[in-house]
Design a protein around this ligand. Sequence first.
Ligand code: RFL
Length: 410
Amino acid sequence: MTERQNTSTERESADVVVLGAGPAGLTLGNILLAHGIDCVVLERAERAALQVRARAGFLAPHTVRTLERHGLADGLLRHGRAHGACEFRTDTGGFRLDYDRLGRREHHTVYPQQDLVTDLLAHYLDAGGRIRFGTEALAVQDADGRRPTVDARDAQGRTTRWQARYVAGCDGRHGAARRSLPPGALRHHRDHGISWLGLLAEAPPSLDTVGYATHRRGFAGHMARTPEVTRYYLQCGRGTPADAWSEERVWDELDLRMRSADHGPLRRGRILQRTVVDLRSDVVEPLRHGSLLLAGDAASLISPSAAKGANLAVLEAELLALALVDDLAHGDAAALDDYSRRCLAHIWRAQEFSHWMVRLLHTDCGADTGPGSGSDAESFFHESMRCSRLESLRTSRAHQDWFAENYVGV
Ligand code: RFL
C-alpha cells in the first residue's frame, strides 16, 4: 500500500522489511515469501552490481542442504563443484588433508557468491517478491515497539517511510540496522592486526586443493572459484593500498610464498579484482532488539580465514525466517524469542575456529600482542606454538578429524 503524505515522504508497509539483498536477506526473503508472509527487501545497490560482486565461494554442506530444502539450490547443484582437500605449505615441507575423507566425510561446494545471489534474486522475483534496488535504508526507528519504521532513500533522493511488524537487518557491517541499535547493545570486537590483499585472477586453479602457505614474508592462499577464475590471498601490511603492487610483483610474491620452485608453478593471468581485507571479527549481542533482528554480517563479522561468513548468513536467515513464520502466521513467538541464543551458539563456534585458523596461518599474529609482547622471545614463543600446531595437524588423525569437522561445518 502506498500513500503520499503532504510532505515529500511516501509511506509504505510490509509485515517484514528486510534490509539488504545479500545471501542473508535473499534467503530470508525467499523463505518468507514461500510461506505467504508479506515482505519487502530494500537494497542500496542496483541489481547489476549485486550480480557481479565476487566474494565467497565455499559453501558448507549445511548451507547446501538448507538451500535445497527451500528449493533454492538448483543453480549450485547444477554448476557447483565438490571440493574436499586442502594443502599446507610450510618451511619444513607440505602436507595435504583430504578433509572429505576425515571427520564427517563431507565436502564443500564451490559456487561463487555472486552466482548464488543471482539465483536467489531470480527466484525471489519470479515468485512475485517485492524488492527496491538502489534504495538505502537510513535508520530504523521505534524498534522497541510493535510498529517499527524504516526510513529509506532511493537513487533519485526520494524518501519513503516503511512501517513494519519486524525489521530484519541483513545489511552487513556498515548498514542501517547496526547504526540503529540501542546504546546498550554489546559489540564484542577483535582486530587480528593482519591484512590480506584479496585477488581474483583470470587464471585456472593451480592446485586441486585449497592452498595455505605460511612464509616468513607472510601468508599466501589459493582458492578455486571457477575453471577460469581463481582467488588468491597475500598477507600485506595494514594500510597497504590495493594497487600498491604491480601484477608482476603480485605473481612473483605468490610464487615465492607458495614455494612454486618446490611444488610447481602457478598459472598466471590478469588480475580482475583487488580488495584489501583487514582481518577483524565482531559479534553483536543479542541479535534481537525488540522488533529489529540481525542476521549475516550485520549480526557477526568473521575473518575470511575459514570461509564461514556466507554460510553463517544462510544458517541464520533460515532460523530467522522460520521463527518469523511461526510468529506471524501461527502466533507462536517461542522460536523468535530463542533466535538470538540459537544463532550465537553457532556464531561463537565459527568465530573460535576462524580465530584458530588465523593463528595457524600467520607468523606475526597481532591478536597475540599485549603488554610486554612484540619481543623476540614472545615472537619465538608464538612461532614455536604455531609450528607445533601444524605438526600436530600433519601427524595426528584425531586432530585432522577435528579440523575436517570444523572446516566444513557451521
Ligand atoms: P552482504 O553480502 O554484505 O549483503 C549485505 C547487503 O546489504 C546492502 N546494504 C544496504 N542496503 C540497504 N540499505 C543500507 N543501508 C545498506 N547497507 C548495505 C549491501 O549492498 C549488500 O547487498 O551480507 P550478508 O548477506 O550478511 O552475507 C555475508 C557474506 O557476504 C560474507 O560473510 C562473505 O562474503 C564472507 N566471505 C566468505 N564467506 C564464506 O562463507 N566463504 C568464503 O569463501 C568467503 N570468502 C568473504 C570471502 C568475504 C570477503 N570480503 C570481501 C570481505 C572473501 C572475501 C574477499
